[in-house]
Design a binder for this molecule. Sequence first.
Ligand SMILES: Cc1cc2nc3c(=O)[nH]c(=O)nc-3n(C[C@H](O)[C@H](O)[C@H](O)COP(=O)(O)OP(=O)(O)OC[C@H]3O[C@@H](n4cnc5c(N)ncnc54)[C@H](O)[C@@H]3O)c2cc1C
Length: 432
Amino acid sequence: MANHRPRVAIVGAGFGGLWAARAFAHTDFQVILIDRNNYHTFLPLLYQVAAAEVEPEEIVYPVRSILRPMGNADFLLAEVKGIDFPARTLRTTVTEVRYDYLILAAGSATHFFGVSGAAEYAFTLKTLDDAVRLRNHILCNFERAAREPDAERRRRRMTFAIVGGGPTGVEYAGALAELLRGPLKRDFPKLNIQDARVVLLESANRLLPSLPQQLGQYALCRLKKMGVEVRLQCVVDRVETDKVHFRDGASLPTETTVWTAGVRGEPSASTWGLPMDRSGRLVVDSTLEVQGLPGVYAIGDVARLEENGKPLPMVAPVALQQGVLAAKNIQRREAGKVALNFHYRDRGMMATIGRNAAVAHVGGGAFTGFPAWLAWLGVHIVNLIGFRDRLFVLINWAWDYFLFERMLRLILPAASCREPVPSPWPPTSDRV
Ligand SMILES: Cc1cc2nc3c(=O)[nH]c(=O)nc-3n(C[C@H](O)[C@H](O)[C@H](O)COP(=O)(O)OP(=O)(O)OC[C@H]3O[C@@H](n4cnc5c(N)ncnc54)[C@H](O)[C@@H]3O)c2cc1C
């Protein structure tokens, strides 16, 4: 390696890509990390941004700051548009990038399962932009409801449907119920808060299908206590701007349908001409190499690898463990050593429901309530990148916990919520 320092290009600065890049620290490799955003997003707290619980900048960290101490890594703010595998070149929105080794860590996108209107009208919760857009929309809808003279339209604006009873749907339903019944109830004393509804829709006959039965049952009871309407075995058939329709013919008037029900491989990966499964994930072998392309690896949500006959889950620990192994296998290949196989070390799963309430499936045991909630807080604070983010998230949580108040409820940009006020204004009755 005297003159030529092998160049590793990594597509995506999520959990997988970032952990892969960091595994090349103190090596002779040159790393170029490419992402369409200049920051890494801590997705497990995204729903808290959408519920005005933490600020967007508290769950992201600049990629350049993370790479700075490495010395042998650079960052390119660009979107990868195509890959010429024989020429070992990436075509991006700003330049071409040559590589000797390639790690594809492009993550995932929302899967709408072909439900009519879902892609067009439902809100998603996959990126920071999504979360800010959803937060703005909810706060705007309360402002609009406060000046809405028509009772039916007012109720529709204050009804929030969440599709999918997995961890993201459950966490968001709980956080939204707390926002409505706490801070927004106080902010809008003239609105009848009984008109505000959070409705969680799940097609299976239980919540949290990937966790043990009793944890799903606990989540159901807690959410109901918090005023969330949970509808099980409810299949969404069509989404419109002001209504969501169900397969049984019923419908729910709402201007807000949040889609958390499915995940698929990042759509841009489907243009790279690689072997994929039906959910758009790139098929890799047990060493994480893409079939038929030596030196090209896929990791995290965008990769499909089976263990014990089942595809590995699309969760952060899989992505970061795969990132480390892909980096290790590239170094072994360069040194002429045999590649290692991936084995997932599953440390369990958690989901929070609200104040003092969470579920955890750890070490084969199922835990609920305050201990699970404390464990959830600890794990998320420890895993956030950067002291500043940890400190500010902690301050926000403490403020929320002790004062039953959310720090800030900004609508940004403000123009997104401006529209003509119905006349006469103000309304004649005190309570709208
Ligand atoms: C709301 C939500 C909550 C979650 N909660 C949890 C949780 O509590 N626990 C847990 O373990 N997991 C959770 N997950 C799942 C977890 O976040 C993912 O499994 C993990 O982020 C996957 O890591 P990744 O590196 O594969 O992809 P990501 O972290 O999604 O990163 C992919 C990166 O690739 C970039 N990218 C994509 N395409 C291109 C392109 N063409 N060009 C340039 N850049 C590109 C994207 O901008 C992104 O930065 C959650 C996910 C979401 C959405």
